[in-house]
Design a binder for this molecule. Structure first.
Ligand code: NAD
Ligand code: IPM
Ligand code: MN
Length: 367
């Protein structure tokens, strides 16, 4: 198994958490005798400083030429005054569009060992296990026209969806649901927006091709509330770009920290893997960022880009064991008041555990 992985650490805590994710992947490669190769490239604020642009041509070319892309995070207060294409975030959006992954999968699960880390009651989060499928290349993020007018006194964006954009991401949601608990909840604002009416009609039509999967619709405002009161009711949550952005950060409350969440953007030329969180400038450089989102992102990379599902499962199991052993960063100390560890100590614990689990698995397969 040979994998060429482009690594884009980016800004803030991006490099800190990505280092741990790469260490876990390197461990899988070493223990299983695979050949994973990693090449790092600048993106975001780091790329603006180095090359004067948030997505250098060499970075994009390398990504397009690789088997998978692993990204940390972009964004820095240093570039907050920048506008349009010169913002670090513009580099990420251009990369997403160029790689073509239109379905952004964001799993959210409350781990048994850390139920007390959520501010929600343990009974509320206990059985929560959902997958947000966020449309990633349409809607307000990319709709044209968009502009600032009247000398900065007026501005507008366009929310636009074509049927094919809704159909292709809906197929991904139904396929994922058929392998899970067979429920898709499509989230929209069809009581107000034409784009949402088109969304609802199109998703309902695609649903007919998946008779084993139940489809529910919900309005985004009430869904945002029910996600906090009854998260275990949901399986796959399908929604458009901006709603998905907001709901996935909200869903992080279920597992206690945004630093826990992973994502995969699939369906395009090359899949892009990034934790859900940003560059967290408030904690960057202190060695305390939670690496679990990035590490679980690495597991998604193995699952979706290399079909290494057993190895991906072992990474997730190692994350769970590490949490159960009380190794957490300061964002996950919880009501049990665990003693916080560093990013590196948590990462090392996952590496040790995954080494052990993979070796046992190989010994088992050998007999
Ligand atoms: P953020 O996700 O960076 O941080 C929000 C809060 O969560 C902060 O308090 C932060 O400390 C905490 N947090 C985030 N990740 C954490 C982790 N791994 N461990 C522990 N705590 C963590 O969001 P923000 O502060 O609104 O944005 C900061 C910058 O990141 C902005 O420039 C934004 O545009 C960018 N951003 C980038 C991405 C990405 O690259 N995919 C995603 C979101 C935001
Ligand atoms: C995310 C981020 C990005 C988004 C930003 C940084 C462009 O918030 O991946 O959730 O809005 O998609
Ligand atoms: Mn976001």
């Amino acid at each position: 198994m040979k994998l060429r992985i482009s690594v884009l650490p980016g800004d803030g805590i991006g490099p800190e958490v990505t280092r741990q994710a790469v260490a876990v992947l390197q461990t899988v490669s070493d223990v299983c005798g695979y050949d994973f190769r990693f090449l790092s490239h600048p993106i975001g604020g780091a790329a603006i400083e180095q090359d004067g642009t948030p997505l250098p041509e060499a970075t994009l070319a390398a990504c397009l030429d690789s088997d998978a892309v692993l990204l940390g995070a972009v964004g820095s207060p240093k570039f907050d005054h920048c506008v349009g294409d010169m913002r670090p975030e513009a580099g990420l959006l251009a990369l997403r569009r160029a790689l073509g992954g239109y379905a952004n999968l964001r799993p959210v699960r409350a781990y048994k060992a850390t139920l007390d880390c959520s501010p929600l009651h343990e009974d509320v989060v206990r059985d929560a296990d959902l997958l947000i499928v966020r449309e990633l290349l349409g809607g307000l993020y990319f709709g044209q026209p968009r502009a600032v007018e009247a000398g900065g006194l007026s501005a507008f964006n366009t929310m636009r969806y074509d049927v094919y954009e809704i159909e292709r991401v809906a197929h991904i949601a139904f396929e994922e649901a058929s392998r899970r608990r067979r429920l898709v909840t499509s989230v929209d604002k069809a009581n107000v927006l034409e784009t949402s009416q088109l969304w609802r009609r199109t998703v309902s039509q695609i649903a007919r091709q998946y008779p084993d999967v139940r489809l529910d619709h919900a309005y985004v405002d009430s869904f945002a509330m029910q996600l906090m009161t009854t998260p275990s009711r949901y399986d796959v949550v399908l929604t458009e770009n901006l709603f998905g952005d907001i709901l996935s950060d909200e869903a992080a409350v279920i597992c206690g920290s945004l630093g826990m969440l992973a994502s995969a953007s699939i369906g395009g030329r090359v899949a892009l893997y990034e934790p859900v969180h940003g560059s967290a400038p408030d904690i960057a450089g202190r060695g305390v960022a939670n690496p679990m989102g990035a590490i679980q992102t690495a597991a998604m990379l193995l699952r979706y880009s290399a079909n290494l599902c057993e190895e991906a499962d072992q990474i997730i199991a190692s994350v769970e064991r590490t949490l159960a052993n009380g190794f957490v960063t300061p964002d996950m100390t919880g009501r049990r008041k665990r003693v916080p560890s560093t990013t590196e100590a948590v990462g090392e614990s996952v590496v040790e555990t995954v080494t052990d689990l993979l070796q046992r698995q190989m010994a088992f397969h050998a007999v």
